[in-house]
Design a protein around this ligand. Structure first.
Ligand SMILES: *Cc1c(COP(=O)(O)O)cnc(C)c1O
Length: 234
């Protein structure tokens, strides 16, 4: 049995962590509770406290959790996404944060059409200096959004952008990268159309969500500060 489907006895209180984070976030900012690797029992603690928005980074894990959990949960795919996995979540996913190519967007549109749905997506912009982080160049994004091919995708709705800052203690560096994402969002905004309705800037995690909000974030993705540190060894 997958570890994330087992129930552990977790002494730490997910609910009080959640309340603590929520109290630091203004009303206009959405909190995505990142539950990757965590068991359903932990996620249910957050659910029972009234939380409904959860983020996962693996399609299979998210699909299994979706299957077993209450159906009023909003599931966000926050991880790097392979095209061949889109079909496993197309029936229920609420927002896909990491769209980093037009090919992927086309596949999401295709699968959404099969389910007669419109799937919300964010374009992931590369803002970090590190090579390891995924994402599109800001200028490629504006080319996509203004293309004819994009206007033919009737079953997707781009609601904004997402970015991940460099993993560093250098606050100035992080601030620079978050500000760049906000700037990119502002630049793209005039390209608004029936399938590009810019509202969301998804940036900020446990270590930097306050800084991200100061830089204009409207959606933060917080995992370890709510559910505790993750154990990837099993
Ligand atoms: C895991 C993850 C997070 C949450 O990270 P924490 O530091 O645990 O808050 C946020 N965004 C993405 C894309 C992630 O993969």
């Amino acid at each position: 049995m997958k570890n994330y489907l087992k129930s552990h006895n977790n002494k730490m209180s997910v609910q009080s962590n959640l309340n603590n984070i929520a109290s630091q976030i203004p009303k206009h900012v959405t909190l995505v509770a990142v539950s990757k690797t965590k068991p359903i029992s932990d996620i249910m603690e957050a659910y029972n406290a009234g939380h409904r928005v959860f983020g996962e980074n693996k399609v299979q894990e998210m699909a299994e959790k979706h299957e077993q959990m209450p159906k009023d949960i909003e599931w966000h795919m926050i991880g790097h996404l392979q095209r061949n996995k889109v079909k496993y979540m197309a029936s229920f996913v609420n927002l896909i944060h990491g769209v980093d190519s037009f090919k992927l967007l086309k596949e999401i549109n295709k699968q959404a059409t099969k389910h007669d749905r419109i799937i919300n997506c964010l374009l992931q912009i590369k803002i970090a200096e590190e090579d390891s982080k995924f994402g599109m160049k800001a200028e490629d994004t504006s080319n996509i959004l203004s293309s004819k091919e994009f206007s033919e995708l009737k079953n997707i709705n781009i609601t904004g952008v997402m970015g991940m800052a460099t993993f560093t203690d250098d606050t100035n560096q992080i601030k620079k990268e978050f500000s760049f994402l906000k700037h990119t969002f502002d630049t793209l905004k005039p390209l608004k159309s029936f399938n590009f309705k810019p509202e969301v800037i998804s940036m900020g995690m446990s270590g930097d969500f306050k800084l991200a909000i100061d830089c204009g974030s409207t959606m933060v993705r917080v995992g370890s500060s709510i559910f505790g540190s993750r154990n990837y060894s099993n």
